[in-house]
Write a protein that binds this ligand. Structure first.
Ligand code: ATP
Length: 171
């Protein structure tokens, strides 16, 4: 069982391919207002959580809210795939701006689990080819997260590890 200790005030980046269970995991362990989900912001700005054309505007809105929370000293979770270095750089930069600890929580599940879940979903409009691409980007990123500036990195590798992970908050 993985026990994850988080400071009461930190900026958490969830990192994982589509279907790794980021949103499910976030809602199980964090309070609703703490989790800023890219899908939810896409839905808010465009009416469609799958509308990739709304991605830029959705992230502008997401980061606006993240700033409002961080300036109040509130723990904030960015629920997006974050498999690309550029996406993570923006998170680390934001953490530095507010002098808050950037934390990476990685859901690195086997590709077979992800493609199986993708097949079973009706709420995703993109094709299954996206999953291996994201898995590859994630695997390439794994060894670089500390160097990118994440001060705490936890990687969960199986659905069981994700299911049984527990959190404590310090201070
Ligand atoms: P996306 O990046 O596409 O938003 P995600 O990583 O946030 O995906 P979720 O939205 O949490 O993942 O879950 C994706 C799908 O996988 C959902 O259909 C969900 O019901 C299913 N799922 C999530 N966690 C589990 C689990 N532990 N066991 C089985 N299915 C799961």
């Amino acid at each position: 069982m993985t026990s994850i200790s988080l400071p009461a005030f930190c900026l958490v980046a969830l990192i994982g391919a589509s279907g790794s269970g980021k949103t499910t995991f976030a809602h199980a362990h964090f309070r609703p207002g703490e989790v800023l989900s890219s899908d939810a912001f896409r839905l808010m700005v465009s009416g469609d959580e799958n509308d990739q054309d709304a991605t830029h505007d959705a992230f502008e809105a997401l980061y606006f809210v993240a700033r409002q929370r961080l300036k109040r000293g509130l723990l904030t979770v960015i629920d997006a795939t974050n498999v690309q270095a550029d996406a993570r750089r923006r998170i680390v930069t934001l953490a530095k701006e507010f002098d808050v600890l950037p934390v990476a929580l990685v859901l690195d599940l086997p590709e077979g689990v992800l493609t199986e879940r993708h097949r079973a979903r009706s709420d995703r409009t993109f094709g299954p080819h996206v999953i291996p691409q994201q898995v590859m980007q994630l695997r390439r990123s794994l060894g670089k997260l500390q160097a990118e500036g994440f001060r705490q990195v936890t990687v969960l590798h199986t659905p069981e590890e994700v299911e049984t992970a527990t959190f404590t908050r310090t201070r």
